[in-house]
Structures are given as structure tokens and as C-alpha cells.
Design a protein around this ligand. Structure first.
Ligand SMILES: [Zn+2]
Length: 193
């Protein structure tokens, strides 16, 4: 069977915004990250600033790299990450595939916080057969009654004594905690309770 091109996967022609399009604004509430030319859709309901990313059907499929906007659409609207159609749901809950990561809680797969959107029934089956990540990891096919929106993750810009620095790895920012004004979000997360 040929490999699918998942809806959430980015293409090599789809590039994130250049860092030069960002600036720090010294607002009354303190410094915060903004775009030089702001658009209303740059921020979510919680006020987090999001990465802008090109959209193109050209280039090769980058299986390990999700497109920022498509990941967010799938996670927000509970759409299948492979086909973009409605995710699978029955009386036991929504269909997710999750695998154990170094930062997974000891209760895994319970209380896992994931950026992998749900799947429809057909693509959950296909993913288990095809996904190279699943071959290397301990994974679980889950039915989740209430996968609640948890927060965003992305690059954190921080003002230090030597100027602005960006975090080396993705920082998770929960909706239940104060928003980070230096956050440039690239993933929407749900908790799988
Ligand atoms: Zn699907």
C-alpha cells in the first residue's frame, strides 16, 4: 500500500515566517512579542501569538513535521490528522493514538498531553500499520471521552541581561496558567484524561 500524505504533514515548500517579521513591543503591561504587520488571525482566543506559515501543495511531504495551521485546525475541531474529515467517535469517546515520550507522565497513557490530533477509524488502522514512529515506540490506541484543550507550545522569547533569547526547545503554556507574552505558538495541545 502506498504511503499516505497526511493532512497535517507540512510540505517542503511551506516555510514558517521569518524571524525578521517579529518585533518586541513595549506595552504598558510589559514587553510582548508581536508581528511588525499584525493581522487579527495572528492570535488565538487566549491571546497567544501564533507562527505564520506558508500554504502550498508543492514540495515533498515532511512526515515528521506538522503544518502549524492544519495541526491547530485538526486539534481545535477534532478532525482526523490524516484525511481532515471528522475524527472517529463512539460512546467510549474520541479516537486518539498516543505514544510514550520522555516527558510523558508516569500515569501514561492517562493524563498524557498531546499535540497529535485525533484520527478517524480507518486512519487509526492505517497509522498503526504505516507510521514509522510507532514502530519504535510504545503506543496506545485510545478512546477519550473528554479530550480537553490544554494549551499551546512553541518558541519562547525571553528578555535577558544580554538581550532577547529564544528557547532551545518547545515550551508548553497551559491555558490554566498566566499567558507568556514572549510565546510564539506552533502547536495546540489536548489532555487525554
Ligand atoms: Zn481519516
Amino acid at each position: 500500500m502506498p504511503l499516505l500524505a497526511p493532512y497535517v504533514a507540512s510540505r517542503s515548500a511551506e516555510q514558517p515566517v521569518l524571524r525578521s517579521e517579529l518585533k518586541i513591543e513595549f506595552a504598558p503591561g510589559g514587553p510582548r512579542l508581536v508581528y511588525r504587520k499584525p493581522r487579527p488571525e495572528d492570535r488565538d482566543h487566549h491571546g497567544n501569538l501564533w507562527v505564520r506559515m506558508d500554504e502550498s501543495a508543492d514540495g515533498r511531504v515532511q512526515y515528521g513535521l506538522m503544518h502549524v495551521r492544519r495541526q491547530r485546525i485538526c486539534m481545535e475541531n477534532m478532525l482526523c490528522q490524516v484525511c481532515g474529515g471528522p475524527a472517529g467517535r463512539d460512546r467510549d469517546g474520541w479516537l486518539f493514538l498516543d505514544w510514550r515520550r520522555p516527558d510523558s507522565p508516569p500515569t501514561w497513557p492517562e493524563r498524557s498531553i498531546t499535540s497529535m490530533p485525533p484520527l478517524c477509524a480507518e486512519h487509526a488502522r492505517v497509522s498503526v500499520r504505516q507510521c514509522p514512529f510507532l514502530r519504535r515506540a510504545e503506543y496506545a490506541v485510545l478512546r477519550v471521552r473528554k479530550p480537553r484543550l490544554y494549551g499551546v507550545s512553541g518558541t519562547l522569547y525571553q528578555l535577558t541581561a544580554t538581550g532577547w533569547h529564544t528557547s532551545d526547545s518547545n515550551v508548553l503554556s497551559a491555558y490554566g496558567e498566566p499567558r507568556l507574552p514572549g510565546m510564539l505558538a506552533s502547536r495546540l495541545h489536548r489532555e487525554l484524561p
